[in-house]
Design a protein around this ligand. Structure first.
Ligand SMILES: [Zn+2]
Length: 309
């Protein structure tokens, strides 16, 4: 089984200031752990810059232009209270989305079975025309639309296990019956969306909010009883994970109590769905995760699982 790892050093240069949880050290921690001997067999590729044509499949022209116009020559500028940009943010955002595009290419050309894409800024809060929650462009949506436009895929499923609801991905997917979005997230946490009654045009949205303090038992029950059956019924031709590791018990931005073993279990469940529905085609894309030792530990175990070891 071949696994591709996609990242780019320019994603570290998206500078969010001194005390921001979504900082370059997150990606440094991920890159450092994936340099270990355990990962010698990973295929590796630098993330290319996403093109305007690829972004335009998800975001309107005036939105894309506005994001790049906002990027300052020095210092920082805010897009909302906690989403800000610095001189390196444009290049980082292009590489972060471009990483998912190149992972789609590698998998649909049959070069690898699955992939882990580690970029930043993250993407799942970015709506069609609104940057928020540390996110500028919706990286997984750009990848999904690339898979449809270039490879003719008709059904693509995303499971978002980040502790925050991916309002952006839901916004982009909800009116499109060829796109499926399922999420587990902490009820009441940012951005306070993702209620079970939000179901999309074709029951293609599945939200499983979990109570603050929830452990792996509740998380696994939601996947077992609700998310995995709905995803299998959808018969995806590509599975994408929005892999945020901020549901870990030590994370400062949540009150959930997931452990590394829970992320390994969920990785295995999604690999089983991909095996049964689409020849194992699976792309995992980094979203949140703000306690650096926990993030590194989760990524280590997650990528080892993707590699089948
Ligand atoms: Zn998050």
């Amino acid at each position: 089984m071949a696994t591709l790892y996609v990242t780019h050093h320019a994603c570290i240069d998206h500078d969010t200031g001194d005390f921001h949880p979504e900082c370059g050290d997150r990606l440094r921690a991920v890159q450092r752990i994936l340099e270990a001997e355990d990962f010698m067999l990973l295929h590796r590729q630098d993330a290319p810059a996403v093109t305007d044509e690829q972004l335009l499949r998800v975001h309107p022209r005036d939105y894309i232009d506005r994001i790049f116009r906002t990027i300052p020559e020095d210092g920082h500028r805010h897009l909302d209270g906690d989403t800000l940009v610095s001189p390196g943010s444009g290049e980082a955002a292009r590489r972060s989305a471009g990483g998912v595009v190149v992972a789609v290419d590698a998998i649909l050309r049959g070069e690898v079975n699955n992939a882990f894409v580690a970029g930043r800024p993250p993407g799942h809060h970015a709506e069609t025309a609104r940057a928020m929650g540390f996110c500028l462009f919706n990286n997984v949506a750009v990848g999904a639309q690339h898979a449809r436009a270039v490879y003719g895929l008709e059904r693509i499923a995303v499971f978002d296990w980040d502790v925050h609801h991916g309002n952006g991905t839901q916004d982009i997917f909800q009116a499109d019956p060829g796109l499926f979005y399922a999420s587990t997230h902490e009820a009441g946490n940012y951005p306070n969306t993702g209620f079970p009654q939000e179901r999309g045009v074709a029951d293609n949205i599945v939200n499983c909010p979990l109570q603050p303090g929830a452990t792996g038992d509740a998380f696994r029950a939601a996947v077992d009883q609700t998310i995995e059956p709905a995803m299998r019924a959808f018969r995806p031709q590509l599975v994408i994970i929005s892999a945020g590791f901020d549901g870990h018990a030590h994370d400062p931005l949540s009150h959930m109590r997931l452990q590394v073993a829970d992320f390994v279990w969920a990785t295995q469940r999604m690999m089983a769905v991909a095996d049964d529905c689409c020849e194992g085609r699976l792309i995992s894309v980094l979203e949140g995760g703000y306690d650096l030792p926990s993030l590194a530990g989760c990524v280590h175990a997650h990528v080892r699982t993707l590699m089948g070891v």
